[in-house]
Design a protein around this ligand. Sequence first.
Ligand SMILES: Nc1ncnc2c1ncn2[C@@H]1O[C@H](COP(=O)(O)OP(=O)(O)OP(=O)(O)O)[C@@H](O)[C@H]1O
Ligand SMILES: Nc1ccn([C@@H]2O[C@H](COP(=O)(O)O)[C@@H](O)[C@H]2O)c(=O)n1
Ligand SMILES: [Mg+2]
Length: 210
Amino acid sequence: MSSYGRCYTKEVNGSSLPDKKPTVVFVLGGPGSGKGTQCANIVQHFGYTHLSAGDLLRAEQNSGSENGEMIKNMIKDGQIVPSEVTVKLLLWAMEESGNDKFLIDGFPRNEENRAAFESVTGIEPEFVLFFDCPEEEMEKRVLNRNQGRADDNIESIRKRFKVYTQSSLPVIEYYDSKGKVRKIDASKPVEEVFEAVKEFFTSLDDKVAA
Ligand SMILES: Nc1ncnc2c1ncn2[C@@H]1O[C@H](COP(=O)(O)OP(=O)(O)OP(=O)(O)O)[C@@H](O)[C@H]1O
Ligand SMILES: Nc1ccn([C@@H]2O[C@H](COP(=O)(O)O)[C@@H](O)[C@H]2O)c(=O)n1
Ligand SMILES: [Mg+2]
């Protein structure tokens, strides 16, 4: 790693952003709404790099980092890790990827995340993909996920739903007020959800090509 997010910070050591700002799509929705599942499909079809904030935090937790214990406790409790930690991990991953098109999944999760990313990078998302799904369906999916996640248990899930409603939905509403939200009915089967997702990315490709 050459430096901490050097390319994607507004100004570090007097150097500014690369000529062309990266394309960023934020992927939001409740726990188990299908963000990770659909991001894998988008990567295959549209050449984006998928960065899941939760996955980056879990990797940091397991890396022996000084923040490991704090991250572990906050994830178990469904709490949102301070932006200072998460934005740094995202910037490292963006720089390391060598790509200029990113799906940022599960971020920004609260107003602090949103403001920190914007002030550090100056990047505005192209749009926000919002997976809208009823809580009962999300709960069922998370409890059946079987990926060994420490927060896929009923106690943690209830806390995550509460944090989602109190802290994450207001961020979606903020972007909605700016006309940036592209809402998807995420309760449908995976293939049908992807058909709806595809339309937004095809439109963006057409806009870029025009
Ligand atoms: N449309 C769908 N219909 C039924 N099951 C689905 C659908 N989309 C995803 N799933 C399943 O639901 C579970 C949760 O999906 P996924 O991990 O993609 O959600 P997520 O939004 O990334 O959740 P989290 O925020 O907890 O990381 C997985 O087991 C996945 O296979
Ligand atoms: N911006 C974020 C994203 C995630 N977290 C923590 O990770 C947990 C799991 O996230 P998933 O997206 O993989 O479900 C989440 O509940 C938070 O504890 C975070 O702090 N900040
Ligand atoms: Mg996920």
